[in-house]
Design a protein around this ligand. Structure first.
Ligand code: ATP
Length: 305
């Protein structure tokens, strides 16, 4: 089933600021990155999907439901981790997550059990009876993730889940999100302005810019092979570059790599032979891949779908 589908989705605030503009996109289940610079419209998009904001024009559906007319049904099946802190400092994580479980309709004992389980999944089981006010930023982010999981949703919407975390905390949070997607079979939409982060854990990406769709595709399609070979030798790069030029291969240097257009099958062989003749230690020889970051390259080179 399609996870999310929108048609010409448009949102203007006060008739002046256009946060989303004619956005039509279809998202399949999996771990999906929603990327765009600050102000691109990501939070607005998420809030419309949750039924917290009404679109100015256009339509959206989440798990086959319309959030404008069926917000309660959407929220019963979707977990939301907001960007900003919303945690009561004087409650324990166990109390807080249980409370939100009850608010989503779970009976008391079930809510308590589910809260413990959700806190265990995010690595806070041991600390669950401590007051949230004494938690580190990373722990607070995990509480926010646990409350999004408590009612066993089919889809998680995570708004900037690595906000405020140090590099180790970010890695841990990304690993956790990836594990939730893989182990529990829950689809996850991760909003981020950090493309490099989501690129590491997502199956697909939706990129928006200025409220418009820039591109929506599988990561693999965005990182498809190019017709350029990248060669790296541990030493003798200048020698190799000179030799390849002698062989009439148009070689270009890019840092520690030599880039050679892949003309035909002979190109591989010619490079391997040149490396062997010069007796150089070959580190790698492979077809270069497009980088997802090229999505946000200057407009004239970005591909727009
Ligand atoms: N309540 C509001 N009233 C007026 N303008 C708003 C409101 N909420 C958002 N905007 C504007 O709409 C645009 C999109 O904002 P949005 O928060 O959706 O973007 P974002 O991609 O989530 O960015 P960020 O990561 O900074 O939150 C921005 O120009 C923002 O200033």
């Amino acid at each position: 089933m399609t996870l999310i589908a929108t048609q010409s989705l448009t949102k203007t605030y006060g008739g002046r600021v256009t946060a989303l503009s004619d956005l039509t996109v279809t998202v399949e289940p999996g771990v999906v990155g929603l990327v765009g610079a600050n102000g691109a419209g990501k939070s607005t998009f998420i809030k419309i999907l949750l039924g917290l904001l009404a679109p100015t024009r256009g339509r959206a559906s989440v798990l086959g439901l319309d959030p404008t007319t069926d917000a309660a049904a959407v929220r019963a099946r979707v977990g939301y981790m907001p960007e900003h802190d919303c945690l009561p400092p004087d409650l324990s994580a166990a109390e807080f997550v249980t409370h939100l479980g009850r608010m989503s309709g779970l009976p008391k004992t079930v809510a308590r059990e589910r809260a413990s389980e959700a806190l265990r999944h995010v690595g806070l089981y041991e600390e669950r009876y401590r007051q949230i006010g004494g938690y580190s930023t990373g722990m607070k982010q995990r509480v926010k993730l646990a409350q999004a999981l408590v009612h066993d949703p089919d889809l998680l919407l995570l708004d900037e889940p690595t906000n405020g975390l140090d590099p180790a905390g970010r890695d841990a949070m990304l690993a956790l999100i990836q594990r939730i997607g893989a182990e529990f079979g829950i689809s996850v939409v991760v909003c981020s302005h950090l493309l490099g982060e989501v690129e590491r854990i997502c199956d697909a990406l939706v990129a928006i810019d200025g409220g418009r769709l820039l591109r929506s595709d599988h990561i693999s399609a965005m990182t498809s092979a190019t017709d350029v070979l990248a060669v790296e030798v541990s030493e003798g790069i200048d020698q190799l570059a000179a030799r390849l030029t002698e062989l009439a291969l148009p070689v270009r240097r890019d840092g520690r790599l030599l880039l050679v257009p892949l003309a035909d099958d002979q190109t591989y062989d010619s490079i391997l032979r040149a490396v062997a003749e010069l007796d150089l230690p070959l580190h790698r020889l492979d077809q270069r891949r497009h980088r997802v970051a090229e999505l946000f390259a200057p407009r004239e080179t970005a591909s727009v779908h």
